[in-house]
Design a protein around this ligand. Structure first.
Ligand SMILES: N[C@@H](CCC(=O)N[C@@H](CS)C(=O)NCC(=O)O)C(=O)O
Length: 271
């Protein structure tokens, strides 16, 4: 892989073009930014061997020239505004991770690993782990409301919720840590069963919001410097630091470097 993806800068088409295409998998991103739900879906598609056409996700806020909501068209197309949205052929757009994962599992390469276990008991474990990391009131949700800002406000920021958030993040971390410990005792490096599942990819990707991730995995860009610093600072929040074990970061690094594209290819302006 080239240094920080500099040699092969990814191409982004417009949202309008992505919506108009009748074939292929189109996913929205913000160039240069590792928005974690988009990053995780990109990693899922990479493991499933799905070629992805990148499209530009419109930013929150109002266009200074026209005064229009920048996400108006996105809302017309998808009835929501969160990142990423995923278009596949002429099917309805998918905006939530659980639907995006199911689609990726269906359209992935024949030889790609199954990321949703066939065994129903394991499936319960896999989706349960994903839900406490990606779902409402989960790890990422609470990480966002640790700070006041437009994104935090969208996810229910209040002084009380914000105060409780690090404890909830730590609870999920401790749960993942305990799980990894139990799995290691059974001889598995994975969160569920004896092989890779979506839970590994989601947890490894989303946990970057509470770790200082090296540039060999997550390169710095002009657009993501602040975010990298914010994520690294989260690792030092006392409740989180206490819960974070070497096992979480070891699992993160193992999964990302073994199965996903590293350094992550973000576009934007690499530093
Ligand atoms: N809809 C997504 C959530 C993705 C998400 O929370 N994205 C954030 C950025 S990481 C976002 O776009 N928030 C702004 C918004 O919802 O408009 C899911 O549940 O899978």
């Amino acid at each position: 892989m080239t240094e920080a993806g500099k040699g092969d800068a990814p191409v982004f088409i417009s949202l309008e073009e992505a919506a108009a295409l009748k074939n292929g998998t189109r996913i929205t991103f913000i160039p240069g930014v590792q928005a974690l739900y988009a990053e995780a879906l990109k990693n899922i598609c990479f493991v499933k061997g799905i070629p992805v056409i990148r499209a530009l996700h419109p930013m929150m806020g109002v266009d200074k020239e026209t005064g229009e909501d920048r996400q108006k068209r996105l809302f017309e197309l998808t009835s929501q505004s969160s990142l990423p949205t995923m278009f596949y052929n002429e099917e309805r757009p998918r905006n939530v991770w659980i639907e995006q994962l199911s689609l990726a599992e269906q359209i992935g390469g024949m030889d790609s690993p199954a990321l949703i276990p066939a065994d129903m008991a394991q499936r319960v474990e896999m989706f349960g782990l994903c839900a406490v990391v990606l779902g409402e009131d989960g790890l990422v949700w609470n990480m966002r409301i640790m700070n006041d800002g437009p994104l935090g406000r969208k996810y229910g920021y209040s002084d009380d919720a914000s105060e409780a958030a690090p404890g909830k993040v730590a609870e999920v971390i401790a749960l993942l840590d305990h799980r990894l410990q139990q799995q290691a005792q059974r001889g598995s490096a994975y969160l569920v069963g004896g092989s890779l599942t979506a839970a590994d990819i989601y947890c490894a990707t989303m946990s970057m919001c509470i770790t200082d991730t090296p540039p060999e995995i997550m390169p710095a860009t002009q657009q993501n410097q602040g975010m990298l610093k914010f994520f690294a600072a989260n690792a030092k929040v006392p409740a989180i630091a206490e819960a974070l074990s070497g096992r979480i970061t070891e699992h993160q690094r193992y999964i990302l470097t073994t199965y996903c594209e590293t350094p992550a290819v973000l576009g934007g302006s690499p530093l």
